[in-house]
Design a binder for this molecule. Structure first.
Ligand code: NI
Ligand code: MN
Length: 226
């Protein structure tokens, strides 16, 4: 599967020929000036929670493409008032879409929408089909609930974990998270976008390596095959 980093927790990939965008924060992100939200095709947008640095471009992309937003009930309802299609989930629930199964899992964080509307509880996604299984944690602290993922989902091929600290877990906790979810291939997210979450790339990668794991840090706009 090819996956592109859109900055912050934004990712773009194709599963079963469906274009999927996660947490688009492109237009207001100075680190993402090399990509344009207007150029992305979308069949689905997955939103982990309501914060601006995750939902910023969702409305414009959804209105242009007619795609479906997958998120928690409160966020899907908020976009529904703007005549945007959605599929609501809540924690522990999953649904079989035409690209695979999506399970909405726990995250420890907060979730308010840009206009102050309650954004439900934040979450992460485990996405799987007959070819691949991966976890997008969203903004979260390290939590013991992550241990439920290998008990309830297929074996993970890789996971996207926040590593920037301050607003989410940092590198050291993310390494423990990788143990909890029984996954050794980690793509980092939620780092370097603003001052509070700048990280030392070499040191972060070395810490993962010392624990027998791989940390992949992508440049904004970069695509990798995983
Ligand atoms: Ni957040
Ligand atoms: Mn965030």
């Amino acid at each position: 599967m090819e996956i592109q980093f859109l900055g912050q927790n934004g990712f773009y990939f194709k599963l079963k020929d469906k274009h999927i965008i996660v947490d688009p924060f492109i237009t207001g992100n100075p680190k993402a000036s090399n990509i344009s939200a207007d150029s992305l095709e979308a069949d689905y947008i997955l939103l982990t929670h309501g914060h601006e640095d995750h939902v910023a471009d969702a409305e414009s992309i959804a209105k242009r493409t007619g795609c479906t937003i997958i998120s928690n009930y409160e966020i899907v309802s908020w976009f529904g008032q703007k005549d945007i299609k959605g599929h609501p989930l809540n924690h522990g629930g999953k649904w079989n879409f035409d690209f695979g199964t999506v399970k909405y899992v726990n995250a420890i964080h907060s979730s308010v929408l840009p206009d102050g509307t309650y954004g439900g509880n934040p979450g992460g996604f485990v996405i799987y089909n007959d070819e691949i299984c991966f976890y997008i944690a969203g903004d979260t602290a390290l939590t013991l609930d992550m241990k439920l993922i290998p008990l309830t989902c297929p074996k993970l091929d890789f996971a996207i974990l926040p590593i920037g600290d301050n607003f989410t877990m940092g590198v050291d906790d993310a390494i423990i998270s990788a143990d909890f979810i029984e996954c050794t291939k980690i793509i980092g997210s939620h780092f370097d976008t603003f001052g509070y979450i700048n990280i030392d790339h070499d040191l972060s990668k070395k810490k993962f390596e010392d624990r027998g794991k791989e940390l992949i840090l992508m440049e904004v706009g970069q695509k990798i095959e995983i």
